[in-house]
Design a protein around this ligand. Structure first.
Ligand SMILES: *Cc1c(COP(=O)(O)O)cnc(C)c1O
Length: 469
């Protein structure tokens, strides 16, 4: 035996990491042939929302309600107290929102848009202006149905897919001041603050920006309502990117973020790791009483809001799990893994990579397809055709028509969203997805656009149908 020095092949400075969970139950997936997918796609009018899930191999349509619940959450379902009034699970849920989000009063709703509906009814009157850091589809439609008009005051960088600003979700305070000067604070019932900003590509706001927004809104007597759907993912980005927050837990950062706002609406189908649920929370007693009264009309009694008791128990447990630092690091780490792979291969994606999804820039991907031939819609269809990976359009179809002129809105961002459900897929699924997108990328010159042959009146992206041109 000689004492020859050992030579290490692996780069010892790089350590792999793994998901902070192991799999206890599996749901089989099915691979299909290209011919099968081509037929299904045609039947679905080239709209990935109209495909059946059984025809999808890897489903990256949305992170909404698609999370895997933990064993603790499944156990919680068995503890459902299905009393019509005063369910024990409601009080667990209420206590979890109060503890982790810090608001005083909580009203459950069946999902996020149920809460948005109540917010619009309580706060907005005809002729009001609602400023916010980029619109969200269901949020804006409720604001408009209540007679309000949404005005976008996000930073210009948010509309530029190549800008690497670390907080592309930030509010442009100058634009907001101009707007207040023009219309007067009396017509502004609240500021609609998204964190993270879904339509900008899952981009965060900084704590500093929210603090400054608070000061400005306070000077004008304008409340701030938070779309808290992905506020925990936003808190993680603050921890990673903003000076002074590196040593704080995501839970501490979330509480501080919410403390600068007067209330929130929430889609628990996202951050909260449940398949259904949402809520509305406020600090003002009068607003709460109004919400508690209206929820009975539209959702259900104020202690269930359209949910079963067991759903509220799963939410209570999900809230606690969702603020865990290891969970959120792995969740966003997986999104970054996929995004980095695509970007390293030269595929145009929105940078920095967002919290819940990788957004492919369809304008640069298919520069030969004009926007009114729906390049992002076509790209989502092509990715499905290639490998059974389901993604969705976030561009001109999602943006809808201007209610006044009836013309398409032409958003600067024409994106395909590759959305990652929480705790569902492994790194191998990310590899298969990346390779499928790369294959479409290599064949991009032959791609063609689409023509819309059926258009619903509201939120058309869900049900519109297309054919190839
Ligand atoms: C999903 C979502 C909503 C609406 O919530 P639903 O639970 O789908 O009704 C609102 N805002 C944002 C940012 C969302 O992503």
């Amino acid at each position: 035996m000689t004492n020859e020095p050992r030579i290490r092949i692996r780069d010892a400075t790089r350590r792999s990491w793994a998901e902070p969970w192991k799999i206890k139950m599996v749901e089989p997936t099915r691979w299909t042939t290209r011919e099968h997918r081509a037929e299904r796609l045609k039947e679905a009018g080239y709209n990935t929302f109209l495909l059946r899930s059984e025809d999808v191999y890897i489903d990256l349509l949305t992170d909404s309600g698609t999370s895997a619940m933990s064993d603790r959450q499944w156990a919680g379902l068995m503890l459902g107290d299905e009393a019509y009034a005063g369910s024990r699970n409601f009080y667990h849920f209420e206590a979890a929102v109060q503890k982790y989000y810090g608001y005083r009063y909580v009203v459950p709703t069946h999902q996020g848009r149920g809460a948005e509906h109540l917010v619009a009814k309580i706060f907005i009157k005809a002729g009001d202006i609602i400023p916010g850091n980029m619109y969200f589809t269901t949020t804006r439609v409720h604001q408009e149905l209540a007679g309000g008009t949404f005005v976008d005051v996000i930073l210009d960088e948010a509309h530029d897919p190549s800008s690497t600003h670390p907080f592309k979700g930030n509010v442009d305070l100058g634009k907001l001041e101009d707007l207040i000067g023009r219309v007067g604070s009396g017509r502004i019932p609240y500021f609609s603050l998204g964190a993270t900003v879904n339509m900008a590509g899952g981009q965060p706001v900084s704590m500093r920006n929210v603090r400054e927004l608070r000061a400005l809104c306070e000077r004008h007597g304008i409340p701030i309502l938070l779309d808290a759907t992905r506020a925990i993912e936003n808190a993680y980005f603050i921890q990673q990117r903003e000076e002074g927050y590196g040593g704080k837990s995501v839970a501490e950062i979330l509480l501080e973020l919410c403390s600068y706002t007067d209330g929130c609406w929430m889609s628990a189908k996202k951050d909260t790791l449940v398949n259904i649920g949402g809520w509305l929370a406020v600090n003002d007693l009068d607003q709460f009483e109004e919400a508690r009264n209206l929820v009975v009309v539209f959702e259900g009694l104020h202690t269930y809001g359209g949910l079963a008791g067991r759903d509220m128990e799963a939410m209570a447990i999900g809230i606690e799990e969702s603020v865990d630092d290891d969970h959120i690091r792995a969740r966003i780490g997986q999104v970054e893994y996929l995004g980095k792979k695509l970007s390293d291969w030269g595929i145009p994606v929105v940078l920095p990579i967002g919290g819940h999804a990788v957004f492919i820039d369809a304008r640069s991907f298919y520069p030969h397809i004009p926007q009114d031939a729906f390049p992002a819609q076509a790209l989502a269809a092509d990715i499905y055709l290639e490998a059974g990976v389901r993604t969705m359009e976030r561009g001109i179809v999602s943006a809808g028509r201007d209610p006044e002129t009836g013309m398409h809105r032409y958003p600067r961002l024409e994106l395909v969203r590759v959305t990652i459900p929480r705790r569902v897929y492994t790194q191998a699924h990310m590899d298969v997805t990346a390779e499928a997108i790369e294959e479409v990328w290599w064949n991009r010159d032959g791609a063609t656009g689409l023509r819309m042959i059926y258009e619903p009146r509201y939120l058309r992206f869900f049900q519109a149908r297309f054919e190839r041109v």
